[in-house]
Design a protein around this ligand. Structure first.
Ligand code: GDP
Ligand code: MG
Length: 164
């Protein structure tokens, strides 16, 4: 069956924006999963003839930092249990935060392939220097993207399918 790719990250980093872009625009075939009637969290994505199922793990967006961390751990655990590759999204405008590091530790220990993505790099010249701090997470090279401006998505998808 098709590989499963899960998107994990804090509230507001752009998980759903990325999901919608990949589900709605860059792909040739989109099929809704039957039974998912509220927020669509599964999409079939086709990149360079490599099909995969994409999951947006962020449903309820909590507002207390304790809840954010526990929910991120839960999302990460779901991704670790169900995904073949995990897209871990961070936010260049917020920078590296403690909950990013804690989730990165879980993902690293799981041994699952992780593509570390730094979103909101809306201008590569202006923000690229801020991307380098994400190397400190110790889960590989950060891939800069702007989901909103559709920048860097090809390089990101190449990094994802390289793990299939
Ligand atoms: P989620 O909570 O992780 O699912 O994040 P959302 O996809 O709901 O996005 C949160 C906010 O970030 C929204 O206001 C988006 O418009 C904004 N956003 C998402 N991607 C980008 C981006 O590439 N650049 C900028 N500047 N804003 C973005
Ligand atoms: Mg969301």
């Amino acid at each position: 069956s098709k590989p499963v790719v899960a998107i994990v990250g804090r509230p507001n980093v752009g998980k759903s924006t990325l999901f919608n872009v990949l589900a709605g625009e860059m792909i040739s075939i989109v099929k809704d999963t039957p039974g998912v009637t509220r927020d669509r969290i599964y999409a079939d994505v086709d990149w360079l003839d490599r099909d995969f199922t994409l999951i947006d793990t962020g449903g309820i967006e909590p507002d207390s930092s304790d809840i954010i961390l526990s929910q991120m751990r839960e999302q990460a655990q779901i991704a670790i249990d169900t995904a073949d590759v995990i897209i871990f999204i961070t936010d260049v405008k917020q920078g590296l935060v403690d909950s990013d590091s804690k989730v990165a530790d879980m993902l690293r220990r799981s041994g699952k392939p992780v593509v570390l993505v730094v979103n909101k790099v809306d201008n590569f010249d202006k923000y690229m220097a801020d991307v380098y701090e994400f190397y400190n997470l110790g889960i590989g090279d950060p891939v800069p993207i702007s989901a909103a401006s559709r920048l860097g998505l090809g390089d990101m998808l190449d990094a994802v399918i390289a793990h299939f």
